[in-house]
Design a protein around this ligand. Structure first.
Ligand code: 5GP
Length: 182
């Protein structure tokens, strides 16, 4: 694997497509075993998770469904702080077993802010499946149940993850070159 250039930054190879797919197959078989007969609903968080969600879902072997949402954050009142709402969730999630598919959990702010909104709709359960997690960056209370790779607190692109909208189409995952860190 060679280094890649995305806009003004250089990225070095970090995880190959093969490593990613091998790990995804393991995650998919764990989830399929855990949710047998529960007919779970996978919810992919756009945009970053679209490639991960597709590859993961191809390897899920139990009856289930999948849907995608986009999270939009805005400033609420001073008492509510930042509010995150979902665009595109049409399914009734009452009594459903939900598995959130996320590309990366960094500070944990996005999901920890959004989960209470989902809980209000009384799902049977909610678990999070994230391809990447940066344990050193976590600042919010968040349980991630299925984690593909724990990675250092460095910016990554590829396999659906972008830098300023670009780089999502790289098959491998790349890490920002030390020379370009600021
Ligand atoms: P959190 O709310 O957990 O801090 O951030 C989650 C979101 O930040 C991710 O869904 C992703 O959009 C973005 N993010 C965090 N770290 C990275 C990274 O290293 N690379 C990219 N491309 N996005 C990141």
């Amino acid at each position: 694997m060679d280094t890649i250039q995305v806009l003004d930054k250089t990225f070095v190879p970090y995880l190959s497509e093969e490593q990613i797919l091998d790990r995804i197959k393991i995650l998919a078989s764990e989830i399929s075993a855990d949710y047998e007969n529960l007919n779970p609903l996978f919810i992919g968080i756009l945009n970053g998770s679209f490639i991960f969600a597709a590859d993961l879902y191809k390897h899920i072997s139990i009856p289930s469904s999948i849907s995608f949402i986009k999270l939009v954050s805005y400033k609420g009142t001073s008492s509510s702080g930042t509010v995150i709402t979902a665009i595109g969730l049409e399914e009734n999630i009452n009594d459903r077993h939900i598995i959130i598919i996320e590309d990366i959990v960094d500070t944990g702010k996005t999901l920890s802010t959004f989960l209470p909104t989902l809980h209000k709709q009384s799902p049977a359960s909610i678990k999070i499946c994230t391809l990447l997690q940066k344990p050193d960056a976590l600042q919010h209370v968040l349980d991630t149940h299925y984690v593909g790779f724990e990675i250092p607190d460095k910016f990554v692109v590829g396999y659906g993850l972008d830098y300023d909208g670009m780089g999502r189409n790289s098959k491998n995952i790349y890490q920002l070159s030390t020379a370009d860190e600021y």
